[in-house]
Design a protein around this ligand. Structure first.
Ligand code: F6P
Length: 364
């Protein structure tokens, strides 16, 4: 009797990041090479699922993509089968097209849908799972704000780019005796700001989890000046806000289920610092640069391990879980837990404690 080959589909959703192609490669290569499965790639995230856009991924299609940035499948930050935006003239209408998405998957005769994404994508994946779709999730985001894993792939690459930026800013800050503010991504959490801030020797690190007091920042800058350090580096997450104040919204993306896009808090802070201290200040927003380019070796290894583990879950029919890493082990966490909201930096995080003990100011 001929056994039917298992068929899996891979989908990448949300913002791209370095390491997605490495994880696609790991899932597809192991599935094809070791397990004899067939692999399909869904195009442009949940858009492709709703509009039935997909292509077969053969071994050769996923060979040579380990070091490539972005995602060969394309992605989307707006497509949500449960709240799909349809333009009617000037208006947007939201439709629940999840039944169409699920029917398309059934027609493809899929044994499992591998969803590679952050909180938004995996939140939708959880709803699909509850509606009967066999799902395995993989943790992708530069923000590192997913529960169920110590670290997401993309984070290490983003930190490394941000750190290089801070290093470059350091020399001009020191030469011109300026206050330089480096704004990095991180809307709800400040993982990138904290890690790159510490790695780049930032004097002040501002994160959404610790609302700042402008007076304590000005004090720190003036104190450094008095001690002969005539420059300061401030690393700020885009989602940071002053005590009792608000985040800076750059735009609203109506089509998106998470519509707020941030950016610009660094400029507001820069003006305030300059006014209060009389010291010349400049701001640099790193923004989408943090998502670009080739993954670091760390992210390539992480993505490869996570992707290979996902195939074992599929083989064992262990659906409804996300693969993550805790300490030195690969672990699985129910998607339900992942959908509970972002993983914030705890106030007593060891890196915050260490940085404080060295004199770093967190603005509180
Ligand atoms: O969620 C990832 C993220 O990179 C955030 O850090 C940032 O706030 C947001 O995406 C930016 O979104 P967009 O690419 O839509 O501008």
């Amino acid at each position: 009797m001929v056994m039917k080959k298992k068929r899996i589909a891979i989908l990448t959703g949300g913002g791209d990041c370095p390491g997605i192609n490495a994880v696609i490669r790991a899932v597809a290569k192991k599935a094809i090479n070791e397990k004899g499965m067939e692999v399909i790639g869904i195009e442009d995230g949940y858009h492709g699922l709703i509009n039935n856009r997909w292509r077969t991924l053969r071994y050769d299609d996923v060979s040579g993509i380990l070091t490539l940035g972005g995602t060969i499948l394309g992605t989307s930050k707006t497509a949500n089968p449960y709240r799909y935006a349809v333009r009617k003239g000037d208006r947007l209408e939201f439709k629940n097209l999840s039944k169409i998405a699920i029917k398309n998957l059934k027609n493809l005769d899929i044994d499992c849908l591998v969803c590679i994404g952050g909180d938004g994508t995996l939140g939708i994946a959880y709803r699909l799972f509850k509606d009967g779709v066999p799902i395995v999730g993989l943790p992708k985001t530069i923000d590192n704000d997913l529960r169920g894993t110590d670290i997401t792939f993309g984070f290490n690459s983003a930190v490394s780019i941000a750190t290089e930026g801070i290093d470059r800013i350091h020399t001009t800050a020191e030469s011109l005796h300026r206050i330089m503010i480096v704004e990095v991504m991180g809307h709800k959490t400040g993982w990138i700001a904290l890690y790159s801030g510490v790695a780049g020797g930032g004097d002040i690190i501002l994160i959404p989890e610790i609302p700042y007091d402008i007076h304590s920042i000005a004090e720190k800058v003036i104190d450094r000046n008095k001690k002969g350090k005539r420059f300061s580096i401030v690393v700020i997450a885009e989602g940071a806000k002053p005590k009792g104040g608000d985040i800076i919204i750059q735009r609203i993306v109506k089509e998106s289920s998470d519509p707020i896009r941030l950016g610009g808090i660094g400029f507001v802070l820069g003006e305030q610092i300059e006014k209060m201290t009389g010291l010349e200040t400049r701001t640099v927003v790193m923004g989408h640069l943090l998502r670009g380019g080739s993954p670091t070796p760390f992210d390539r290894i992480l993505a490869t391990g996570l992707g290979a583990k996902a195939v074992e879950l599929i083989e064992d029919k262990n659906f409804g879980y996300m693969v993550g890493v805790k300490g030195n082990s690969l672990v699985t966490t129910p998607l339900k837990e992942i959908a509970r909201g972002p993983k914030l930096i705890p106030f007593n995080h060891p890196l915050i404690k260490t940085a404080r003990s060295l004199g770093t100011c967190f603005g509180d």
